[in-house]
Unconditional design. Structure first.
Length: 111
């Protein structure tokens, strides 16, 4: 067993992926994907049927099919308090002093 695997419980070792062994030895299944099948089907129907289909679904979905999803930029100023509770036994074992400090500090990113 490698040194990095020392943290893995013994009972789980038989189920761990072995280095160099494929998770899918047969490879990808042969045949068309559903996406390819749907694309070929939609390409084969008459234009009138395509228009009827597109008219039946949300215009935003039609736009996204044609142009892709719009880029979304979100800026947020989030302030939060993180509280971590551990048992006395864990604190003692790891030399951690338990405190009940509820103060928080914030760090702003410089751009």
């Amino acid at each position: 067993m490698e040194e990095a695997d020392n943290h893995i419980p013994k009972q789980l070792i038989p189920y761990i992926w072995k280095k160099g062994v494929s998770a899918n030895p047969a490879g990808r299944p042969k045949g068309k994907t559903l996406k390819t099948f749907a694309r070929e089907y939609l390409e084969s129907i008459p234009d009138e049927d395509k228009l009827a289909y597109l008219a039946s679904i949300d215009p935003r979905i039609v736009w996204e099919m044609a142009e892709g999803k719009a880029k979304q930029e979100i800026e947020a100023d989030v302030k939060a308090t993180l509280v971590v509770e551990i048992s006395e036994a864990v604190a003692k074992k790891n030399g951690i002093k338990q405190t009940h400090d509820t103060t928080s500090s914030t760090e702003s990113d410089s751009k």
